[in-house]
Every structure is written in C-alpha cells, then in structure tokens.
Design a protein around this ligand. Structure first.
Ligand code: HEM
Length: 257
C-alpha cells in the first residue's frame, strides 16, 4: 500500500537488499540572462574596451595641450583643427561631434559596468571581511576608484564649463581657446590650478589601477610579466599626470602667457 504523501519514486528497498544510492535529477544548466554582456567577464570586457578608448583620448588630449608651449597660434590652430577635421568629406565639426558622442557613450558604459560589477561583488559577499586587508577587493583601491571616479566626473563637468564653453572662465565664450587657457589659469586664480592638479592626480591614480586591473583581466599579469606590466601601468599614468599638469602650472608661474 502506498501511504499518502510519499512518493512512488522513493519506495524503501525490501529488507536485506543493498541500499541504492539516490542520484538527484540533474538540473538543466543555468542560463544567465543577457548573454555575454550579462556575465561578469562581459562587463569586465566593457570596462576594458571603454577604458582603453578613454586612455587613447587622454593621450591625444594631453599631447594637444602641450601645443600651448609653442605659442597662441599653435594652440589655436590645433583647436581649429579639432573642429575642421574630416572636412570637406564631412561637414564642419561633425567628426568632433562623433568623438564627443563616443566619449560620452564610453563614460556612461564604463560607469554602468563599474557600478553593476561592484553591486554583484557585494551581493556575493554581503558579510564584510573580518580582517582589514590592503587588497584589490577591499579598502584603498575600491575607494580610490569609486570616489576618484566621481571627482573626475565632477571635474570634467567644471572643465567643460571652463575651457570649452567659457561659462566659468574670465575670457568667456568670445575668447580664443588660448585666451581661455591663459586667463583661466592666471596666477591670481591659483585655486583653479590647484583644483585641476587634484583632479589630474585622481585621473592618474584611477588610470594606474584601471590599467593594472585590465592587464589582470586579460591574464597578462602573471609570472615574469607581473613586474614589467606594473611598471607600464605606473609609467603611463605618471607621464599623463605630468603632461596634464605642465600647462596649467606653466601658465600659473608665467612661463606661458
Ligand atoms: C589639466 C590639464 C588640462 C587642460 C589644460 C585641458 C584643456 C582643455 C581645453 C583647452 C579644452 C577645449 C578644447 C577646445 O574646445 O578646443 C578641453 C576639452 C576637454 N577636456 Fe581637457 N584639459 C585638461 C585635462 C583634462 C582631463 C584630465 C580630462 C579628462 C579626465 C579632460 C577632458 C576634456 C574633455 C572631455 C574635453 C571636451 C573635448 C571636446 O571638445 O570634445 N581634460 N580641455
């Protein structure tokens, strides 16, 4: 007789028979929603690709800024070139607009991947580590990346109002790009240079950690390549910081005027 509530699949073996191990039915492989982009590896790839695009922009931007050392014409010509590149094939300023939209998309995707990866990591480990560790996963790096990223974003907003639109710049919208530069970082406005310096150092720290994480994600940073790649991340970041600092500091101390 089968009792109520018992399963026909789990009938007790007759007394004396060897017990058969019960194998649970195999679950169908879990399919992650969203495919590759839904996976942590996909999000890390998004961070790496958008981060690489932003690094390329920064290298080009820093090199362009250094034109200020060659005088007003050199700098203004460079600013004009940015607006006329692609002409006559493309209408005026279209190539620059494409770069700007690409940059904005890269920044949004970079932040989206960072925030969703961080949320996933804290969901996977809701209890904090008991020991204070100076590791990638907790503490210094997370704080530098998270708060550093927010400060960089605020800086970019101020920076656009300052040197692109002239809203918060003494030379205003009507001034030439060189005038905005020289008047914006004038000695009496030393605090603007100080703010830029803090932001640029943040960019450097962000970059150093970001490059290093990307090398690790790509599986490059192991064994013999560990130290050289760490040096590559530090060197690229340091060159960018010094290159970016050079122009505001030179204006502030009167080398560029
Ligand atoms: C600290 C030294 C820097 C100087 C002197 C500087 C200078 C300038 C100037 C003059 C422009 C306007 C270009 C033009 O309209 O012709 C500009 C635009 C811009 N800068 Fe910087 N910049 C610096 C650092 C940075 C940093 C660290 C970032 C990013 C983290 C950045 C992001 C941008 C962006 C997104 C634009 C707008 C580009 C566009 O017009 O599409 N800049 N910068």
């Amino acid at each position: 007789m089968i009792e109520r509530g018992t399963s026909t699949a789990q009938v007790d073996p007759p007394a004396g028979a060897p017990a058969k191990p019960v194998t649970p039915p195999r679950a169908a492989p879990a399919k992650r929603k969203g495919g590759f982009l839904g996976s942590s590896n996909g999000r890390k790839a998004v961070m790496a690709v958008t981060g690489a695009a932003l690094v390329l922009f920064l290298v080009g931007h820093m090199a362009g800024n250094l034109k200020a050392f060659f005088g007003a014409d050199s700098f203004n010509d460079y600013a004009a070139f940015l607006r006329t590149m692609g002409e006559p094939m493309l209408p005026h300023r279209v190539a620059l607009t494409i770069v700007e939209v690409g940059l904005a998309v890269a920044i949004v995707l970079h932040m989206w991947a960072a925030v969703t990866l961080a949320r996933r990591a804290s969901r996977a480990r809701p209890v904090k580590y008991a020991a204070k560790r100076r590791s990638q996963a907790g503490g210094y790096a997370v704080h530098t990346m998270r708060y550093g990223g927010v400060i960089i974003l605020l800086f970019v907003v101020y920076h656009l109002l300052d040197l692109t639109f002239g809203t918060v710049n003494p030379a205003g919208w009507d001034g030439t790009p060189y005038e905005r530069l020289v008047q914006g970082f004038a000695p009496e406005r030393w605090w603007v240079t100080a703010f830029y310096a803090v932001a640029v150092v943040m960019v450097g720290l962000h970059l150093r950690h970001g490059l290093w994480s990307a090398f690790q994600t790509l599986g490059l940073a192991s064994g013999r390549s560990y130290r050289p790649l760490k040096a590559v991340a530090v060197t690229i970041s340091a060159v960018l910081v010094l290159g970016f600092l050079a122009v505001p500091v030179a204006v502030m101390i009167g080398v560029i005027k």
